[in-house]
Design a protein around this ligand. Structure first.
Ligand SMILES: [Zn+2]
Ligand SMILES: [Zn+2]
Length: 298
């Protein structure tokens, strides 16, 4: 984060905003700047990637799904807008510790103990470490004593759109991002690589809510995509993972996505259309019964 902070200071804040007498390394000034930068960055990432995904990837026929809520997109955006500033408060505290030099982030590839190999290895280890932590944090959030207080709002959206990607209770959103923040305090990581990974994980979070259930054949068993995560929104107790199916398979919570079995949300919408034209029930009976059971318990 100090790369972003230095850039903001040198290009805008020092020459145009803060008084010349206020040193760049003053902790209070750094906290204010980090708060502004984190919120602006969050808004840019949210609206840029979610809007692109909503208009170019999201299949708008899903809005006809019986569990798609009225004004859902506006509600997802409104909930995210209320949560993002609150999520940013503890996030800024961690960024501040990082800027003050308490993390193991390093500037140059030469500082890596194993050169380029170390940098590439750290990318993989970041993904596997955060995937494992998010899996267990997410399972904890589904514990019956915790769920209704923190995680339930994110499950308001049964058939999510990309705008649900950051629509969390603030504490839920922060807890699920903790693994990204603690990794560079535990393990050495290249600063630019960390920035890239941080943007990547935000885009990934959008992508698992984008309603595009296609995954290349060989990766279907390995990657936790939108098909897996939509089933998590619909059926609750399956597919808690973030990028991989690994921990769901270890933890016994893996469910082959309904979209891969011809009973997913798109199939439901298709059947609904057919049954409307032939007047034969709603065509989503199977899905509604399962979902009804789950909803009762939640
Ligand atoms: Zn969940
Ligand atoms: Zn979700």
């Amino acid at each position: 984060m100090d790369l972003v902070l230095n850039y903001a200071d040198s290009s805008v804040l020092t020459p145009y905003v803060y008084p010349a007498t206020w040193p760049e390394e003053d902790p209070f000034r750094q906290l204010i700047t980090l708060f502004i930068v984190t919120n602006l960055g969050g808004l840019v990432i949210y609206f840029l990637f979610d809007t692109l995904s909503y208009y170019f990837i999201f299949d708008h026929s899903l809005k006809k799904h019986p569990q798609f809520l009225e004004n859902q997109v506006a509600r997802e955006i409104k909930y995210s807008m209320k949560s993002l500033p609150l999520i940013s408060v503890p996030t800024v505290a961690i960024f501040f510790a990082e800027v003050r030099g308490y993390s193991r982030l390093y500037d140059n590839i030469e500082d890596s103990p194993y050169g380029w190999f170390g940098v590439i290895f750290s990318m993989l280890s970041f993904l596997f470490f955060t995937d494992m932590c998010i899996y267990w944090i997410h399972r904890f959030l589904h514990h019956k004593l915790v769920y209704k207080h923190l995680h339930k709002p994110h499950h308001t959206w049964k058939v999510p759109t990309p705008f649900a990607s950051h629509a969390f209770h603030p504490l839920d959103g922060f807890l699920q991002s903790v693994p990204y923040h603690i990794y560079p305090f535990l393990f050495p990581l290249h600063k630019v690589t960390y920035l890239g990974l941080y943007i990547f994980v935000n885009i990934w979070t959008v992508s698992i809510h984008d309603g595009n259930y296609r995954v290349p054949g060989a990766l279907k068993e390995i990657i936790n995509g939108a098909a897996h995560h939509t089933d998590h929104h619909l059926y609750f107790d399956y597919n808690y993972g973030q990028y991989f199916t690994l921990w769901d398979k270890i933890g016994g919570s893996f469910k082959n996505p309904s979209a891969f079995e011809g009973t997913g949300p798109h199939d439901c919408v298709k059947k609904l259309k057919e049954s409307e034209s032939s007047n034969m029930g709603n065509g989503c009976g199977h899905e509604k019964v399962q979902n009804g059971d789950s909803l009762k318990n939640k």
